[in-house]
Design a protein around this ligand. Structure first.
Ligand SMILES: Cc1ncc(COP(=O)(O)O)c(C=O)c1O
Length: 284
């Protein structure tokens, strides 16, 4: 069955799945989510994604809909049912259905929604051509380490980037500090040094970000989790993005200006080759 969905115990085709309009996720964005990939039918970094889901739930004082082991089994079952080798799995937990009022309802059960769809292709072209980015002010809230549903500032930033001909928005704090992309983490390379924003409430602790840091160390790079400004980024040899969707993607132009030689650089390509090798390893 393609594009298979799960809604609180119901399983069927994604196009037939629905949730009640009183779900607090729909009304308030009161919930959290995860997105993960499978490669050759196997979920990539599943434990890391489920751990982050638990941290996001805790951060919003939301009850887990089920134990991790059961959730893990559910993910694997749905992936199997979809029949997709390379799939994208979306998981969402909300504070459930209740009469609309801001305060938490006294009684409500968390709502769990999940679906599996075919993973987008186009990675090869991305690596050949690289992508363009636009810097924009970070207008998000102060708890960006939680993967919460409220994505309006991210949506608006990416839309503005697209309207300006760029694929991704790179979000800047006041003073020009580079935080992350609208849906990706950002790294800069100067010679043998790779830098990215340190963990904290300003950025999402990307699962791919963590993988990139490990691969960079294995590649012999010096790695620093240290804030840097736009000016430093614009003078980098290479800029790269990481996310579950992009894997590792070279950025070749920012705000109309070429990064390095304006082509995907050797460090980015080497890291991506290592990333691909990792996706072929045993189940995570
Ligand atoms: C704001 C933001 N930062 C970073 C990422 C990358 O996270 P991950 O590597 O876990 O997909 C995402 C993913 O969607 C994101 O939305």
């Amino acid at each position: 069955m393609p594009d298979v969905a799960y809604v609180n115990g119901w399983v069927g085709e994604l196009r037939d799945a629905s949730v009640p309009i009183l779900d607090r996720g729909f009304l308030f964005g009161d919930g959290v989510y995860e997105v993960l990939r499978t490669y050759r039918g196997r979920p990539f970094e599943l434990q890391a994604h489920l751990r982050r889901l638990e941290q996001s739930l805790e951060g919003l004082r939301l009850k887990a809909p089920m134990r991790r082991r059961r959730l893990e089994r559910l993910v694997r079952d749905l992936v199997k049912q979809s029949g997709y080798a390379n799939a994208r799995v979306y998981i969402q937990v909300t504070r459930g259905v209740a009469r609309r009022q801001h305060v938490f309802p006294a009684r409500s059960r968390p709502s769990l929604v999940m679906w599996v769809e075919r993973a987008p292709t186009g990675q090869a072209r991305l690596l050949r051509q690289g992508l363009t980015a636009m810097t924009l002010p970070d207008q998000r809230w102060k708890r960006c380490h939680l993967k919460a549903l409220v994505l309006l500032p991210n949506v608006l930033a990416r839309q503005e980037a697209r309207a300006g001909g760029a694929a991704e928005a790179i979000l800047l704090a006041p003073g020009g500090v580079v935080r992350e992309g609208a849906a990706s983490n950002v790294f800069v390379v100067h010679g043998n040094l790779l830098r990215t924003h340190p963990l904290g409430p300003e950025i999402l602790p990307g699962v791919s970000r963590q993988v990139v840091l490990e691969l960079a160390r294995a590649e012999g790079l010096h790695v620093r989790e240290q804030a840097f400004r736009r000016h430093t980024m614009m003078q980098a040899d290479e800029v790269l993005l990481s996310s579950t969707a992009l894997e590792i993607a070279p950025v070749v132009r920012i705000d109309g200006q070429a990064v390095g030689h304006g082509r995907p650089g050797p460090v980015t390509l080497a890291l991506h080759a290592r990333f691909r090798a990792r996706t072929r390893q045993v189940d995570s």
